[in-house]
Design a protein around this ligand. Structure first.
Ligand SMILES: O=C(CO)[C@@H](O)[C@@H](O)COP(=O)(O)O
Length: 250
């Protein structure tokens, strides 16, 4: 069997791989920055479209970190490229031990462009108890559209974790799943969106845990969850119409 390599890809794909290496290396630095990992735990990947005109497909590539390498060594050059079978295509070190999981998500959820895994403390504590984080905060309705779900227990080394992520998130609004006894995996349209979801899942897991120390948090009615989610996903931030200026009032 020939070993896959980047030779033979058009220069446009090679350029996109180089750009994606820069992006994924920079986003790995966000995991220790936000206190989401210790030592070499965690990983970030992003899909590379091989045929942008055709959209996501099984021939796409992914860029991810090499396994077991400390965050201070994760430069763009250190990032490795794999195909969606999880095979190394370019790079001088073995890919992340979660590559098969990331690849399975990209294969089965074409809308996903980025995947992140962390062991962030509070989200992982909820995963250890296999209890979904209840949607008791408006920011949870905004970001997750409801509770943060629990995925099945799955051993690393094949696509079991990936299957658990897909079966849990495929019909969920949540971009995060707490894999039982393991920790959070998040998805997004790109790696930056998946990193944001990883930051937010840890924040709300901590807040809800603290709230529970004080008593039972109050639920949010589903129709409010739905309207909050719709607003945040479609209007929040600079996506809203430009503010009316004084001159326009005149
Ligand atoms: O949780 C796991 C595997 O699922 C960790 O080993 C993972 O966070 C880090 O592994 P890699 O260094 O990416 O191979």
């Amino acid at each position: 069997m020939t070993h896959p390599s980047l030779s033979g890809y058009p220069s446009s794909v090679l350029d996109e791989v180089a750009r994606t290496r820069e992006v994924v290396a920079r986003l790995h630095a966000e995991l220790p920055r936000w206190g989401l990992v210790v030592w070499t735990a965690g990983n970030v990947s992003q899909r590379v479209l091989v045929d942008p005109a055709a959209g996501p497909g099984p021939d796409d590539l992914l860029v991810i970190k090499p396994s077991g390498v400390t965050y201070d060594e994760l430069t763009a050059e250190a990032m490795v490229v794999c195909d969606l079978e999880g095979r190394l295509v370019d790079g001088d070190r073995a890919p992340s031990s979660d590559t098969a999981a990331h690849a399975y998500v990209y294969t089965n959820m074409p809308e996903v462009g980025g995947v992140v895994h962390t062991h962030s403390t509070y989200a992982t504590a909820w995963a250890a108890r296999a209890e979904p984080v209840p949607c008791v905060l408006t920011m949870m309705a905004d970001e997750f559209g409801g509770d943060i779900p629990i995925g099945p227990f799955a051993l690393i080394g094949d696509d079991s974790i990936g299957r658990g992520i897909v079966e849990t998130l495929r019909d969920s609004r949540s971009p995060a799943v707490l894999m039982r006894n393991h920790g959070p995996f998040t998805i997004g349209k790109d790696a930056k969106a998946a990193v944001k979801a990883a930051v937010m899942v840890e924040e709300v897991a901590r807040t809800v845990h603290i709230s529970r120390q004080l008593g039972e948090p109050l639920p949010i009615e589903q129709h409010h969850v739905d309207s909050l989610y719709a607003r945040y996903q479609n209007v929040y931030g600079q996506g809203a119409a430009a503010p009316v200026t004084k001159e326009e009032h005149a």
